[in-house]
Write a protein that binds this ligand. Structure first.
Ligand code: SAH
Length: 233
């Protein structure tokens, strides 16, 4: 199978899928950061009326929130169980204008080039063997004038200390083995991949976390978690 995916990564997310919407469970950090990233996206590219693609959508935390803001959202992932959870959750909460598909970004790019006004790809690139290929596919899926939003974790000593030792071992915010250091991506590397895919970088923000208050906020420190916005000329 010539797919840009790591089967072990996908099964990790499938095994935990039933816990996806538990705000105190393994995906608590995604619930915690969701309002922050949603506001950031909505401010740079207002969601209402937009056709949005969410790549690596998992159980749909971001996809569903964007649909609630008035976007028509397609969520894609290669793990079957999180998608099942995402569909059930949308049925449960009655959010329409939301579809989920089990397909890679690369395959969808061949089927629907230029089909989306906004493409989001959050906390996913660090789980993929060839992140550049996903960035290229996202660029193809976006129409000229579209906005693209990526988030991932940088490869730095601080990221190792915070995202792996701190989050997985000390604070136990994430299950052990959630992240692999070698797969982390520096902002400069992601920016280079975006430019190589013909995109313009328009914003770069760090995401900070205070373990005492559980609060997340945007900052200029991109050495651990960060968000990068692009536009397609
Ligand atoms: N983007 C969501 C979920 C992040 S968890 C959010 O931020 O809320 C990472 C997700 O990436 C998981 O659902 C996992 O199944 C998915 N994923 C990992 N490798 C993938 C690949 N090659 N193609 C598509 N999805 C992938």
């Amino acid at each position: 199978m010539n797919v840009n995916a790591d089967p072990q990564e996908l099964s990790k997310f499938s095994e935990l899928a039933h816990r996806w919407w538990d705000p105190g469970g393994e995906f608590k950090p995604l619930h915690a950061i969701n309002p922050l990233r949603l506001e950031w996206i909505d401010a740079l590219a207002p969601l209402r009326g937009r056709r949005v693609l969410d790549v690596g959508c998992g159980g749909g935390i971001l996809a569903e929130a964007m649909a609630r803001r008035g976007a028509t959202v397609t969520g894609i992932d290669l793990a079957a169980k999180p998608l099942k959870v995402a569909r059930l959750h949308a049925l449960d909460t009655g959010v329409s204008e939301l579809e989920y598909m089990e397909i890679s970004a690369e395959d969808l790019a061949r089927q629907r080039p230029g089909a989306f006004d906004t493409v989001t790809c959050m906390e996913m690139l660090e789980h993929v063997p060839q992140p550049d290929s996903v960035v290229r596919a996202c660029a193809t899926l976006a129409r000229p004038g579209a906005h693209l939003f990526f988030s991932t974790i940088s490869r730095s000593a601080k990221a190792f200390a915070f995202a792996i030792v701190g989050a997985e071992h000390v604070l136990k915010l994430l299950p052990k083995g959630t992240h692999e250091y070698a797969r982390f991506i520096r902002p400069s590397e992601l920016a280079r991949a975006c430019r190589a895919a013909g995109l313009e970088v328009i914003d770069l923000k760090g995401m900070q976390y205070n373990p005492l208050t559980g609060r997340y906020w945007l900052s200029g420190d991109t050495s651990v978690n960060y968000l990068l916005a692009c536009s397609k000329p």
